[in-house]
Design a protein around this ligand. Sequence first.
Ligand SMILES: Nc1ncnc2c1ncn2[C@@H]1O[C@H](COP(=O)(O)OP(=O)(O)O)[C@@H](O)[C@H]1O
Ligand SMILES: [Mg+2]
Length: 593
Amino acid sequence: MRDVEHDEILGRAFDRRLVGRLARIARPHHRLIAAAGVLFPLIAAFELVQPFLVKIAIDDHILRADWAGLTGVAALFLAALAVLAILRAVESYLMNLTGQRVMHDLRAAIFRHLLRLDAAFYDRYAVGRLMTRVLNDVEAVNEAFTSGLFAVIGDIVTLVAVVGAMLWLDWRLALVTFSLVPVLAAVAAWFRVRARDAYREVRRRLARLNAFLQESIQGMTVIQLFAREAHEHRAFRRLNADYRRMLFRSTIWEASLYASVEALGSAALAVLLWYGARQIAAEALTFGTLVAFIQYTTRFFLPIRDLGAKYTVMQAAMASAERIFELLDVVPAVQAPPATSRPAPTNAAAVEFSSVWFAYEDERWVLRDCRFAVQRGEHVAIVGATGEGKTTCARLLNRFYDVARGRVLLEGMDVREWDLAALRRHVGVIFQDTVLFTGSVESNLQLGLDGRVTRPDLDRAIDAAHCRRLVETLPRGLGEELLERGANLSHGQRQLLAIARALVYNPAVLVLDEATSSVDPESEALIRRALARLVEGRTTITIAHRLSTVQSADRILVLHRGRVHEEGRHADLLRAGGLYARLWEISARTQQG
Ligand SMILES: Nc1ncnc2c1ncn2[C@@H]1O[C@H](COP(=O)(O)OP(=O)(O)O)[C@@H](O)[C@H]1O
Ligand SMILES: [Mg+2]
């Protein structure tokens, strides 16, 4: 929760460094930006032309009853209106086009970066926050392009032009109008600060509501299982009411701001009329000039009023840009070296853990001085109680994490020297929690090798994993469409498919991390028989806490307190009467019970 709120802190509205980086991202679209830039002064010019035409119409034509001339001016006025409308449309089109393209590029860049980040990063970062980075923050940066920075530049150009025109028409009248600017600025700033603070609270409440909603929806089955609906509903109602109250407060400030600026505008009008009328009576001012002035005044007040809103937009955009760049600057902890080599053919062990120390956090060691080797073609089992670090060993082997000390060697070469793709093709790991993706069963089995898998290879993998029966029971066979995360399959079925998927690679080293823990005993027996065939001639590491599944291994390693505590064959370990024998006794007893 605190993380979510941390995301709402706003700082400066303009940060040179951030704007510089954004400009670099927008550089491919510099032509569009330049075109929009050219339009600003043009639009300002056409805005100024209109009141001036009104002045000419009144002073030179209406007051002199020159109706023919008036038609000409009216036509000009219409033409100016039309051109302005077209220019505005083109400007808006260009700005939105630029914004959309920059957003598209930014989203692509963030996702490309996410693909390179390591498991430790994903341990730290919540999914919701990453979603916010890719979607909301990018949108906020887009706002900077479409209604922030560009609009401010456009406003300033218009404002300068209006001020120039007013001074040129009648400098005394201009000064009368300008005298209200300090009051306007003060009032607008006062309300703006309050509106901004309230808005920040709104965002904070919304973030809380979002986080709550996300967690509830993800855990809906558990909520219902524990009959917590009423409690969750109450919590939601509270957050929801909180949000509504804050939103309403922010609306009130916003409305007050607009109302007071309107009021000041009317006051300015009154002052102008009062002063102007006397000047007209004294023949120091024409009637047309006064009317034109009144029109300029509105064009003068509007941008000043909106400047504050744009300031807030820019602040939010800067904060979002900062967070996006912070994410983009995360250096992946696991990277292949610039020049990778293939392992030279040696007699080295297929897998070797050499004095490996590893901790997920600081110094809370999961592995401490863990050492073991697996020879080529050997079938080794790693057993141990839950939480001893068995899965961790698998993760270190295909470099989801890097060791803190020591080395993990594959074919005699440190995994940190391997090309990452080659490494992960060399070691096939089937994890406990399998992840399948939306798409057909076939596309899931071919993951990462799309189109390069031959039919016989696919069939071989399916048979080896004993998936044939499963595939045949699916209405559309291999073409069956899976739902998100494979939700339309049972856990056991997903695991069977995951085994087949790992076998499609035909990896040299196969790691099975509790791969059969949630299939039924019958399927498990089938898989085990199939695995027995797969294991032949293939380096295999079977991880299990159910000892019944590892008896056939060539060697069993018992992991305890971060290192290999015992090792040997099943019968030898039993005879030795150590930890393994104890674990065996417990598992035998629980199975009887
Ligand atoms: N991503 C993680 N972040 C922090 N700690 C973790 C993470 N994964 C596992 N651990 C911790 O590391 C220890 C070993 O976990 P693991 O290798 O999954 O055990 P096993 O597979 O033997 O049951 C456990 O104490 C667990 O709490
Ligand atoms: Mg595990």
